[in-house]
Each structure stands twice: as C-alpha cells, then as structure tokens.
Design a protein around this ligand. Structure first.
Ligand SMILES: Nc1ncnc2c1ncn2[C@@H]1O[C@H](COP(=O)(O)OP(=O)(O)OP(=O)(O)O)[C@@H](O)[C@H]1O
Ligand SMILES: [Mg+2]
Length: 438
C-alpha cells in the first residue's frame, strides 16, 4: 500500500486556492483494502504474478516488528561476520558488556520456527528475495541494505521491515481513511503475511501503474519517474498489450470495480506480469497523474462481449500474447535488444534508442483508437530531473550511518550503530522538548 506522504499532485489538489474542487472518491471500505492485500489476490493471480511465497505472521513476530529497538537475532553467518569484523577497529567496535547484554536476550522467543521458515523460503526462491508485507514494500529503507530491497538473509529482511515507515503504515494504519467504524479498524484482525518474491532483474522503464474505474482501464503511466527515449514509439503497443491483459485477466475477476494495478512488461514485450494491486484511494500515489485528473476522466468506450472473446483467444499458457506485430521482429529492434542484453549492467537503463526507429507503418496498420492514455515522463519533465537520486529524501540519514549500512560489516553491528543514533535522537528530543526549544 502506498503509505507515503501525499504526492505533490495530491497536495496541489488539496490547495483550495488553485483547485477549488474536492476529490470525489467513493467511500473506501475496509473490504476493499483487504482485497488489495497480497494474500487476498495472489492465490487467484498466481499464474500471472512473479514467483512469490506468503508466510503468515505470528503475534510474537509482529511484536518484534513493532518494537522501537532494532536488535537483530544472532545467526551463524552474522556471528562469523562479527568475529571477523571485531578484529578491525571500525566504527562498529563493541565492548564485551554490550555483547553479553544482547546475547542474553532471545530475540527469537516465540518465533524460532518462523525465522527458520523465512530462511528456508529464501533458499527455495534462489537465495535472493524482495520482501513486503500485505500492502507495502520497504522502499523507503533501502539505504539500510546497500540501496537495494533485495535480501539474502532473514536479518536483512528484518532490518528493512523494521526501518520502513511504509511497513509501519501496514502494521498500524491499514484501515485509516476507510469508512470502517473505529472498532473495525483494529490491526488485530488483519491476517498479516510476509511476502517473499523471487528477485529478478526488472527493467524499471517497463513497470506501469494502471487505473481502473468501473471495470474500465482509464489510464496508465510509467512507475519509474525517469525519461526513457525508447518508450514513446512503443506507447500505443504497450497500452494495447496492457489493455488486453486487463480485459482477459483482471477486468471481471477482481473483487472490486475500482482499483489500481501495477504491471511489468518483460522483453520481448509480448506478455504482462501483475506486480501489485493498490486501493482506489488517495493513499495510492497517482504518479504522473493527479487524482483530480483521474477522477475526471470520462468513461471510455468499448469493453463489449466481442472484444472479450477476441482477447480470450489470445491467452497462451500463463500469459497474454500480443495481438499485434511483435516489435522484436523488426531487425533494428532485435539488434538493439541483443546489444542491450549483452551488457547486463545496462539492463536497468536500457538505452535501446533504435526502438525509436520502429516503423511508422506499424502505427498505420494497427488501430489504436479507444486505448487508454499511457502517460510517459517527457525529456524535460521535472520528474526526469531527479534521475538516479534517492526518492525518499525524507529518510536521509547521517553520513556515517549510511556508510555503515553499505559497508557489509555485519548487520547486527550496523543495527547497533543505528540504535545508538536513534537513542541519541530520542534524548535530544526529550531535552529539546523540556527546554522548550524547537
Ligand atoms: N520479484 C521482484 N524482483 C525484483 N524487483 C521487484 C520484484 N517485485 C517487485 N519489485 C520491485 O519493487 C518495487 C516495489 O514493489 P511493490 O510495487 O510491490 O511495492 P509497493 O510498496 O506496493 O509500492 P507502491 O507503494 O508504489 O504501491 C517494484 O516497483 C519493482 O521495481
Ligand atoms: Mg503497491
């Protein structure tokens, strides 16, 4: 779930001096929020979702996640790292007393089995996973983990989850802003799950957020806020592909009429994966749109029976085939893709400029009328100026802590260091508060 602070576009919409209207959302129900939880939709959409595992969470683990302190359980690997690293005189040096304090406490009390299951699941998924809770991934806490959400050990997962405000939102505020009565908003009834997704190299330019109202795909946009030259010539083909995917896979089967889904189009751009489902609510970031704009989009035409039957014929195996010409059949595109693939390091920034030479004839042959708008980041859009800078600047931290997080010196030591910073801040807050200073 998007638990970020309101996006700029939302704040703009709230500003009554510039935008006099109010956001006309239908009431957000508790059930809608639950329907968007990974554990609710994943079983149904498993064949079209990247490989994931759901681990039900127990109260002792949830208590651990909710606790302020960031103490990580000991494990053999970390113990080894600690021993190796203690021989240096780095910033994580700790004295004997400190060590024995931590080691006396059984952090895993009540969730030894869960810890083991998490470790085994990481191994089952190939050793690298992307974690999230029911709605949110810890995207705001990646500085804790060498700037990635990819985790190889349970401790890396705990550190990310415990450091993320987005995850805290799942734990404490999932039903905020719903029409549920106060007593129905309690988190106790939520079947919390840890979602572990097998990590794979995703090309950020091919991730899209799609807005569905009244079971119609209204509009879609890039998820990554960088400009990619090669997307514009593919724009219609992509929205047609995603429209077909939606018609066949989601339109009639998702519980609610209104929702926002995220999808991924892997090369060679003939199929679509479902990545996430988000609530039709202000808490979901509309990215390149504003909610005001989306709520104002008129009902699109189409979506009749014939169209549905046609689309269903296109289902092949576990994904939807592109009905139109495969862009990779164009030798120039194929060559660009081959070159791009040769250098895996370039994957995330595929500069397949020759895609822009995709034949104009394709555009003429195919009828793209009636497709929803796929909005892209333009070359000169302000969004594109933040190329490669951290997105969640609110979470910027002292330099030494960030360096420590990336040093690979051992997570438990890093957690201790971070704990010390938090403690210092708490003390300063108390002192500042008692002296009446800001
Ligand atoms: N299996 C995977 N392998 C690699 N990266 C992944 C995988 N699944 C998701 N990601 C990356 O993680 C990002 C965040 O995932 P996800 O959309 O589930 O988080 P979220 O918290 O729901 O985000 P939002 O708040 O925008 O809805 C995705 O945009 C994608 O870049
Ligand atoms: Mg989401």
């Amino acid at each position: 779930m998007d638990s970020h602070p309101p996006s700029d576009s939302e704040s703009d919409s709230d500003d009554e001096t510039t935008t006099p209207q109010t956001l006309a959302f239908p009431p957000v129900t508790r059930q809608h929020i639950l329907n968007c939880s990974y554990h609710s939709w994943y079983p149904k959409y498993k064949p079209i979702t990247p490989k994931s595992r759901l681990i039900p969470l127990t109260s002792p683990f949830l208590d651990y996640l909710r606790a302020d302190s960031i103490i990580l359980p000991d494990d053999d690997v970390d113990q080894q790292q600690q021993t190796e690293w203690d021989s240096d005189s780095g910033i994580f040096s700790k004295d004997e007393d400190e060590a024995s304090d931590d080691d006396d406490v059984d952090i895993l009390s009540g969730w030894h089995d869960l810890h083991a299951t998490i470790g085994a699941t990481i191994a089952e998924l190939g050793g690298k996973v992307m974690p999230k809770l029911n709605w949110s991934a810890p995207k705001d806490a990646t500085w804790m983990n060498a700037n990635t959400m990819e985790c190889r050990t349970p401790n890396e997962i705990y550190l990310l989850l415990k450091s993320s405000d987005f995850v805290t939102h799942d734990l404490e505020h999932a039903f905020d802003d719903t029409e549920a009565l106060a007593e129905q908003r309690k988190a106790e009834d939520i079947p919390f799950h840890l979602v572990l997704r097998k990590s794979f190299q995703m090309n950020p330019s091919m991730e899209f957020r799609c807005f569905v109202r009244g079971r119609k795909l209204l509009a879609l946009c890039q998820r990554d806020l960088n400009h990619f030259d090669f997307l514009a010539p593919m724009q219609h083909k992509l929205s047609s592909l995603i429209q077909q995917f939606f018609d066949v896979r989601l339109r009639d089967s998702f519980e609610d009429e209104n929702f926002v889904f995220d999808c991924y189009v892997p090369a060679p751009y003939t199929r679509v994966w479902l990545v996430d489902v988000n609530p039709w609510a202000p808490r979901t970031d509309p990215l390149l749109f504003s909610w005001m704009e989306i709520l104002g989009i008129p009902e699109p035409m189409g979506g009749g029976e014939d169209e549905e039957d046609l689309s269903r014929e296109e289902v092949e195996g576990e994904f939807v085939r592109l009905k139109m010409a495969d862009p990779t059949k164009d030798p120039r595109v194929a060559e660009a893709l081959r070159l791009a693939r040769e250098d895996a390091a370039k994957d995330a920034l595929l500069d397949i400029a020759s895609l822009s030479s995709m034949s104009e004839d394709d555009e003429v042959e195919e009828d793209f009328s009636g497709l929803p708008e796929l909005r892209l980041v333009g070359k000169n859009d302000p969004e594109a100026w933040s190329f490669n800078t951290p997105k969640y600047s609110a979470h910027k931290l002292p330099r030494d802590v960030v360096d420590a997080s990336q040093s690979g010196e051992g997570l438990r030591e890093f957690a201790r260091e971070w704990e010390a910073v938090l403690e210092k801040r708490r003390r300063e807050d108390v002192e500042g508060g008692s002296s009446g200073e800001e």
